[in-house]
Ligand binder design. Structure first.
Ligand SMILES: Cc1ncc(COP(=O)(O)O)c(C=O)c1O
Length: 553
C-alpha cells in the first residue's frame, strides 16, 4: 500500500518506522491513503485479485488523478506532522539536483534518473499499463483523452475565460497602427495593448543590428551554452545587463518566465531549510518556480511591507528567506516601495528578489527600472528582467552577485538544458539597451509617461473606472469576463481599436479588466478616438459610467 503513495515511497522502512506515530494520524487526512486503507482490509499485498481491484477502484474514483499524489517531494496531508520526513525529502532532492546536473549530460532526462533513483524496481510505464489494463478489464474502454480535453475547454468557453487570439500583422513602419487579418479581409487597427512599450521592437537601429547579426552569424545559436558555447554577443549582453543594474553579473534565459521559474526553484532547493515569502500579486512565472520547489512558503498582501515584516518576524532568524515581488505590477500598475520592502527583508536576514519586467527600459536615467529611479539598486539583491517588452526583443535575465549568478548558471536546469538565445536576439537587445541609455531613450520614456497620464486623465474624467496607480499601465475595471471580452470585440470590429481583455487566470475572477498600454508613438488624435469609442461601447454593453474623477498627475 505504501508503494502506491508517492510521498511515502521515497523513504526507507526504517525511516518510516521511526516516524510511525506522526504518519498514522496523517493517513486519515489523505484521501488516497484513507481510501486505500478502507479498500484493502486484509493483507492484500500478496493477493493479485485484490491488488487489481484496488487499482481499478483508485482509477474509478479518480484517486490516481488526484494532484496531491503526483508530487513525490511533498504532500500537504503528511507535511505538517512530519517535519523530519520533509527535511529528509528536501535534502534528498537537493542531492538529486546536484547529481542530476552532473549526470544528465551523459545519461538522459532528469525524469528518468529521478524515478529510477527512488523507485529502482518500478518504472512509470509499467504502472501506467497496469492501470490501463485494469480499467479495460473492468469496463472495456480506455480513457478518452479527446473528450476529456474538449470538456475542459468547454468549461472555459462557458465561463468566458477561453482565449481567442487576434490575428495581427505588426508592420514595423506603421506601429502602433497594425493590421488585423481575418479570413477574407485585412483591416487597419490601432494597438493599445502592446508591451513593446517604447516601440524598440521596430526601431530602425534595432532592426539593423538584428539583420547584421543574422547575416554574420546565422539564425540560431546551435544549442545550449554548454554544448554550443557562448558567442561574444551573449557575453557582451550579460556584461551590459549587469552594468545597467549595477550588479557584478547577469545571466541570460530564453524568457523571463523561464528565468523566474528556474531561479526561484533552484535557489529554494539549494538553500538549506529555505522559506519563501511571496507577494500575493506575483506573476505566474514566480508562482510556478515557488510551487515546484515545494519548500515552505508564506504569501504576504500585495506590496504590504508591514504584513511582510509581521510574517518575517515569526520565522527563525538563522534560516534563509527569499522575499519575491514585482516593482511595477503587470496588471494593476502599482509600484512597490522598494526601499521599505528591501529594508524589511534585510532586517530579518532575507534576500530580496525583485521582478522588474514591467519597469526595465521605462524608468530611471538609463532605463534600469524602478531600482534606478528610486536609487535603490544597491538594496536589491536579485533583479530579474525581460528583453521582450520595453527592450523589444525576446529573452529574460537575472542580475546579482557573481557567486549567485554562477550558482544559477551551474545548477539551474532551465538555463542549462535549453538552446540559448539566437545571437541576432542578443544583438537586438544590445541595441535596445544602447538606445535606452541615450537621450532618445530618455525622450521616449518622457513621452511614454505623458501619454499614459493623458489617457488616465481623459478616461477618469469621462467616468470610466480607471484603477488608480502611479505607473504607465492603465487598467479599466470591468468585473465581468464576458463583458470585458465583448467590449474588446466591439472596439475592434466597430472602431478598429485593439485592446485585450484580461480575464481569469491572469487576474482574479471579478476583477476582469481592460489593460490599456499607451505608447510614445500614439498621437493625441488616437487618444481622442480611444476615449470616445470606449465611452460609446461601454454604454452599449450595458455598463454604467461612474462619477467623473479628477485625475492628478
Ligand atoms: C511580472 C512578469 N514577470 C515575468 C514575465 C515573463 O516575462 P517574459 O515575457 O520575458 O517571459 C511577465 C510576462 O508578462 C510578467 O508580466
Amino acid at each position: 500500500m505504501l508503494l502506491k503513495c508517492r510521498y511515502l515511497s521515497q523513504f526507507s522502512v526504517t525511516e518510516l518506522s521511526k516516524n510511525a506515530s506522526s504518519i498514522a494520524p496523517a493517513i486519515e487526512k489523505c484521501p488516497f491513503m484513507s481510501f486505500a486503507r478502507r479498500t484493502i482490509k486484509t493483507d492484500s499485498s500478496t493477493n493479485q485479485e485484490a491488488k487489481q481491484d484496488f487499482n481499478y477502484q483508485l482509477v474509478h474514483h479518480g484517486m490516481l488523478n488526484n494532484m496531491n499524489c503526483t508530487d513525490p517531494i511533498s504532500c500537504p496531508f503528511f507535511k505538517s506532522g512530519n517535519q523530519n520526513l520533509d527535511n529528509l525529502a528536501t535534502k534528498r532532492t537537493f542531492d538529486d539536483l546536484k547529481e542530476i546536473n552532473d549526470e544528465v549530460t551523459y545519461e538522459g532526462s532528469v525524469r528518468t534518473i529521478y524515478k529510477t533513483k527512488h523507485q529502482p524496481n518500478k518504472s512509470v510505464t509499467s504502472t501506467g499499463s497496469e492501470v490501463k489494463a485494469s480499467i479495460k478489464a473492468k469496463n472495456g474502454s480506455l480513457f478518452d483523452y479527446e473528450k476529456f480535453f474538449a470538456n475542459r475547454l468547454d468549461e472555459k468557453k462557458k465561463d468566458g475565460s477561453y482565449r481567442y487570439f487576434k490575428k495581427v500583422i505588426r508592420h514595423a513602419s506603421t506601429f502602433p497602427v497594425v493590421q488585423e487579418h481575418a479570413k477574407n479581409s485585412v483591416k487597419d487597427m490601432t494597438i493599445w495593448c502592446s508591451n513593446d512599450y517604447l516601440g524598440f521592437g521596430r526601431h530602425p537601429y534595432v532592426q539593423s543590428k538584428v539583420i547584421e547579426a543574422v547575416q554574420k552569424y546565422g539564425a540560431g545559436s546551435g544549442g545550449t551554452r554548454n554544448i554550443s558555447g557562448s558567442t561574444p554577443l551573449h557575453d557582451q549582453l550579460e556584461y551590459e545587463l549587469a552594468k545597467l543594474h549595477q550588479k557584478e553579473a547577469a545571466l541570460l534565459f530564453t524568457s523571463c518566465y523561464v528565468a523566474n521559474d528556474t531561479t526561484l526553484y533552484t535557489m529554494a532547493k539549494l538553500l538549506p531549510k529555505c522559506h519563501i515569502l511571496s507577494d500575493s500579486g506575483n506573476h505566474a512565472s514566480m508562482i510556478q518556480g515557488i510551487r515546484n520547489s515545494a519548500i515552505p512558503k508564506t504569501i504576504f498582501r500585495h506590496n504590504d511591507y508591514d504584513h511582510l515584516e509581521e510574517l518575517l518576524s515569526k520565522l527563525p532568524n538563522d534560516i534563509p528567506k527569499i522575499v519575491a515581488f514585482e516593482s511595477v505590477h503587470s496588471m494593476d500598475g502599482s509600484i512597490c516601495d522598494l526601499e521599505k520592502m528591501c529594508d524589511v527583508t534585510h532586517k530579518y536576514g532575507g534576500i530580496a528578489y525583485i521582478d522588474e519586467v514591467h519597469a526595465v527600459g521605462l524608468y530611471g536615467e538609463n532605463g534600469a527600472g524602478i531600482g534606478e529611479r528610486d536609487n535603490m539598486l544597491h538594496k536589491m539583491d536579485i533583479i530579474t528582467g525581460t528583453l521582450g517588452k520595453a527592450f523589444g526583443n525576446i529573452g529574460g535575465y537575472i542580475a546579482g552577485s557573481s557567486n549567485f549568478v554562477d550558482a544559477m548558471r551551474s545548477y539551474g536546469a532551465g538555463f542549462i538544458f535549453t538552446t540559448s538565445l539566437p545571437p541576432s536576439v542578443a544583438a537586438g537587445a544590445l541595441a535596445a539597451i544602447e538606445l535606452s541609455r541615450s537621450d532618445e531613450g530618455r525622450e521616449l520614456r518622457e513621452r511614454h509617461q505623458y501619454y499614459a497620464n493623458i489617457v488616465k486623465e481623459r478616461l477618469s474624467q469621462a467616468g470610466l473606472p480607471v484603477m488608480d496607480n502611479p505607473s504607465h499601465i492603465v487598467p479599466v475595471l470591468v468585473g465581468d469576463p464576458k463583458k470585458a471580452s465583448e467590449i474588446c470585440d466591439r472596439l475592434l470590429n466597430e472602431h478598429g481599436i485593439y485592446i485585450q481583455a484580461i480575464n481569469y487566470p491572469t487576474v482574479a475572477r471579478g476583477t476582469e479588466r481592460l489593460r490599456i498600454v499607451p505608447n510614445p508613438h500614439h498621437t493625441i488624435e488616437m487618444v481622442d478616438k480611444l476615449v470616445d469609442c470606449l465611452i460609446n461601447v461601454w454604454h452599449s454593453t450595458g455598463l454604467k459610467l461612474h462619477q467623473a474623477v479628477e485625475y492628478k498627475h
